[in-house]
Write a protein that binds this ligand. Structure first.
Ligand SMILES: *Cc1c(COP(=O)(O)O)cnc(C)c1O
Length: 366
C-alpha cells in the first residue's frame, strides 16, 4: 500500500467529466480573466462564509497582502501574527513594508495565544493576523476584544480553514477581512494558483478590487498604484464545480479524523478541538516526541507524511534581521519538533486510515 500525504488525482477522477466540461466552456467562451464565473464564485464564496463581498485574486498570499495594503498598512507599521504558520503570512506583511511581530501559540490548538498578543502591542501596531492553523479557528472573540481595545484591524488568514466555524460563525467572516487560498492541496483547491478575500466592509472590498487591477476602478484611470492579481475564469469554473461538494468533503474529513483519533488514542496526542469549534482538518496533525521514529516507520511502509512546520518563522534565515533567538517562542519551537501530519482527505478509505493508524502505533513503539 502506498498513500500520499495529498492525492489530488483521486478527487479529479471522481469529478473528471464535470471539471473538463466546465473548462471547455470557458475555452469556447473566450472570456478568460475576471469574467462572470469569477463574479459568481465571489458571490457564492462570500455567501458561504457569511460575508457580504468576495474579491478573487491570484493567490492566498496576495489575498493577505492586498487586504493589509487596503487597510493602509505599510512602512513603519507593525503587524502581530503567529510564528507557527506557512511563510506567506509573514511574507505578505513584509511586502507591505510593515514588520511582522510574533506572539507565541497555544500548545493545544497551535493557534496564536491571545494572551500573548497584548504584550507585543506598541504605538506602531496596526493590525493582527490570526491564522486558523490546520483548519481550526483561532480564539477570535479574545483576539477581536484586544484588537477593539487598541483600534487594530484584524485580517484572518483563513487559507487553511474554508468552512471552519466557531460558535456557528464561519472563518473569514469575523475579522475586517478573511483571506483564502485555492492552492490545489487546500480543502477547496483549483488547478493552479488562486485566492479570495471576503469582507462585509464595502469600502475595503472596493479598495481591494481596485488594487488587484493596478489601482484602477475605471479602465485606464488609476487612483493608486496597485498590482496585477486576478483570478482566472478557468480556475473559477473549476472552483464553482468543487464548491458544491465542499460541505460533503469537510464532513468526510471530520469523520475520518474522528476515526484516526479513536484509533490513536493513548499512543500520540491527537488534535484538540476547542469548545465551539468546527475543525475542518486541512491537515490531520499528531504530536509525539517519537516523531522521527514514526515518520521513518510510515515512510518505510509507503505512507508519506509531512512536517508542518519544521522551522518557526522567527528562526527563518529570511527573518534573522528581526533579531529573534531560539527560546523566544518556546511553544512554537516545541511544536516544530513534535508535530507530524499524516494523510487525510475525503477520498481516503476507512481501511487506509486503519492501516496508517496501526503503522503510527508501531512507529511510536519502535
Ligand atoms: C496556503 C497558505 C497561504 C498562501 O496561500 P497561496 O495560495 O499558496 O499563496 C497563506 N497562509 C497559510 C496559512 C497557508 O496555508
Amino acid at each position: 500500500m502506498t498513500v500520499a500525504l495529498f492525492d489530488l488525482k483521486r478527487q479529479y477522477q471522481s469529478l473528471e467529466n464535470e471539471i473538463t466540461g466546465a473548462i471547455r466552456e470557458v475555452l469556447a467562451g473566450g472570456e478568460y480573466i475576471l469574467g462572470r464565473r469569477v463574479q459568481m464564485l465571489e458571490e457564492q464564496v462570500a455567501a458561504y462564509c457569511g460575508a457580504r463581498y468576495g474579491v478573487g485574486v491570484a493567490s492566498g498570499t496576495d489575498a493577505l497582502f492586498l487586504s493589509l495594503a487596503a487597510c493602509g498598512v505599510g512602512r513603519g507599521d507593525e503587524v502581530i501574527t503567529t510564528p507557527f504558520t506557512f511563510f506567506a503570512t509573514a511574507g505578505a506583511i513584509s511586502r507591505t513594508g510593515a514588520i511582522p511581530v510574533f506572539a507565541d501559540i497555544d500548545p493545544r490548538t497551535f493557534n496564536i495565544d491571545p494572551e500573548k498578543i497584548e504584550a507585543r502591542i506598541t504605538g506602531r501596531t496596526r493590525a493582527v493576523v490570526p491564522v486558523h492553523i490546520f483548519g481550526q479557528m483561532a480564539d477570535m472573540d479574545a483576539i477581536l476584544e484586544i484588537a477593539g481595545k487598541y483600534g487594530l484591524a484584524v485580517i484572518e488568514d483563513a487559507c487553511q480553514a474554508i468552512g471552519s466555524e466557531n460558535k456557528g460563525r464561519k472563518a473569514g467572516s469575523l475579522g475586517l477581512a478573511g483571506c483564502f487560498s485555492f492552492f490545489p492541496a487546500k480543502n477547496l483547491g483549483c488547478c493552479g494558483d488562486g485566492g479570495m478575500i471576503v469582507t462585509s466592509n464595502e469600502k475595503l472590498a472596493a479598495r481591494i478590487r481596485s488594487l488587484r487591477a493596478h489601482g484602477s476602478s475605471k479602465k485606464f484611470f488609476h487612483e493608486t498604484i496597485g498590482c496585477n492579481s486576478r483570478l482566472d475564469e478557468i480556475q473559477a469554473a473549476v472552483l464553482l464545480v468543487k464548491l458544491k461538494y465542499l460541505e460533503k468533503w469537510l464532513n468526510r474529513r471530520a469523520a475520518l479524523a474522528g476515526l484516526y483519533s479513536s484509533l490513536l488514542k493513548g499512543a500520540v496526542v491527537t488534535p484538540f478541538v476547542a469548545p465551539g469549534n468546527r475543525h475542518t482538518y486541512h491537515l490531520y496533525v499528531i504530536r509525539t516526541p517519537r516523531r522521527e521514529a514514526v515518520k521513518r516507520h510510515l515512510e518505510k511502509n509507503g505512507v508519506s507524511c509531512g512536517l508542518y512546520y519544521p522551522l518557526p518563522l522567527h528562526l527563518q534565515p529570511a527573518y534573522q534581521w528581526l533579531g529573534y533567538r531560539k527560546g523566544d517562542f518556546p511553544e512554537a519551537e516545541k511544536a516544530s519538533e513534535e508535530l507530524l501530519a499524516i494523510p487525510l482527505y475525503p477520498e481516503l478509505t476507512r481501511a487506509e486510515v486503519e492501516r496508517i493508524a496501526l503503522l503510527v502505533r508501531q512507529g511510536v513503539q519502535s
